[in-house]
Write a protein that binds this ligand. Sequence first.
Ligand code: NI
Length: 671
Amino acid sequence: MSSLTPRVREIVAVGAMAIVVWLIGAAATNAQSKPVAADASASSVETSRTQHPLDPLSGEEIRSAVATVRKERKLPPSMRFVTVTVKEPPKDAVLHPQSAVKVPREAFLILLDNATGKGYEAVVDLRGAKVVRYEPLPNGVQPPIMLDEFAECEEAIKRSPEFRSALKKRGVEALDRVMVDAWSAGHYGNEPAEDRGKRLSRALCWVRSEPGDNGYARPVEGIVAVVDLNRKEVLRVEDYGVVPLPPEAGNWARAYVKTTRDGLKPLEVTQKDGASFAVDGHEVRWQKWAFRVGFNPREGLVLHTVGYDGRPVVYRASIAEMIVPYADPSEASYRKNAFDLGEYGVGMMANSLELGCDCLGTIRYFDAHLSDAQGRVVTIKNAICLHEEDAGMLWKHTDWRTNQSETRRSRRLAVSMVATVGNYDYGFYWYFYQDGTIQMEVKLTGIMNTTALRPGNPSRHGTEVAPRLNAPYHQHFFNARLDMAVDGEANSVHEVNVTALPPGPENPHGNAFVADATPLRSESAAQRNTNALSSRFWRIVNNGHKNALGRAVAYRLCPGESVLPLAQPGAAVLQRAGFLTRNLWVTPFAAAERFPTGDYPNQNPGGDGLPKWTKADRDIEDTDVVLWYTFGQSHVPRIEDWPVMPVSSVGFALKPDGFFDRNPALDIPPP
Ligand code: NI
């Protein structure tokens, strides 16, 4: 952990928790995560030769953007590059490329001067190699935490005599076995004066019993190290009392699993004629679907200009925020609710699937290019995975009178990435189906966050998953930003509820129920929650386009599992992440409204993003609408989730609803 080389860098992280291993270059090997994909005829996609305005920045473009800002602004050595990403062009320029306006190719940079603590935004015109905008961030605005800061935070803490003595009190001597997770500090309004105006982390720690051991089995309870990230020094070590280390190891790596089951014969997926998709640069075409694959440090995987059979469906889709609030009210734990996108960035924490990919068959990968804090290009090899999957039955019928029988198998195209956010791992999967369905699935796995229990103390806000090892209850929230374009930009949103009619003239026999659609006409009317008992869904309609039956074409947003926050309305996390309080928000498209918590949630006291914008109560009928869908699950840990958690899934689907005139998958050829 101490030797940081450009090729192999182990960076201590956080987010929902702890160590991100960033392995760069061929020297990076990890015996515990060899690829498991059978017959993965893998190849990387080269940077597009025919560049599209929505393409992520190439490595050369990142280098050029950094060099341009450095040169023009004469940046001091204390200036760090937080993120360097493509500045997506105006929608009009993408949708109407025939217009005379030349589409700009620009990079957007966030910078931070460690010496002054001041943040900056810059926009670089890449073709002209010039800075077109350079502005300081308002006072108090903290850019997200950089990966480099994870390592710097850990080093600072390990240098601190106060921290070492707190460890000693707990019988921890081997400093090199201590894992420090640089948790974001949040904003609680009760911070001591010395914290004010500083760029902070409130770091938590764990200890390994040997180098390959799972440190999360041994939380070093009660220590919170508050670190000034700009000065790279510990402000103070808060000690909430000694709790002995839990006694048992909890290892998942293959070296620790002494016997493995037998009886598994090979299950091979072969595509002898290759895959059915075609990739050109970042454009993907498959089974009447076409879309562009994007990537940025904050959201990771992004989908652009999604269409079916030449008809637009979604202009842009991404997971735009992710938050995991924990239930434990103890002093060391109540601030656990990292904003994994806004405070860190899941793109920054994307896995290189060279180290292991769970997919079978013929796979195409896309690399992702980022910058480190020094402005150097970091390439995550095979960050995005594209492959086809068999998806069971698509449709079937047997006419028992005539013995005619038809069945079609379903196939889906999966576009995915995996991010390791400290202890947790999140797989983000977008699936495209032949019947026009788009499904989003988040796979939650990895290691649960842990605390230690005092001997004899029951676990009140969690599950004891191993002796004296507590996995606190928590909620996983995701917000999908869906910039819809159902047959064009002018869309409206209706809510459909299936309800029983009261007894009376309309329901004389007691059996009647209806599916009534209610138009959501304004932003305030469109702040809605899911309701499984009324089979609630939302229909995104285009009133200007009718199907064969004369009704407006539409897609429906079908909720899956969803929850609402269990934090109290006045709790800091809900001041800062107000979007959690509704499952659905709808806004008229505004280019600047990208993230449900606003642009800079790190240490932000709150109020930004959706709750603020929607106060204007703008009209959302027959206009370019954006749906913001908050979904998630409350995680009550099981012993079986330890030491590594079997995948738990959560997500939603977008299904055509009168978009076609009948089942669009009738034309799938028989097997
Ligand atoms: Ni969980």
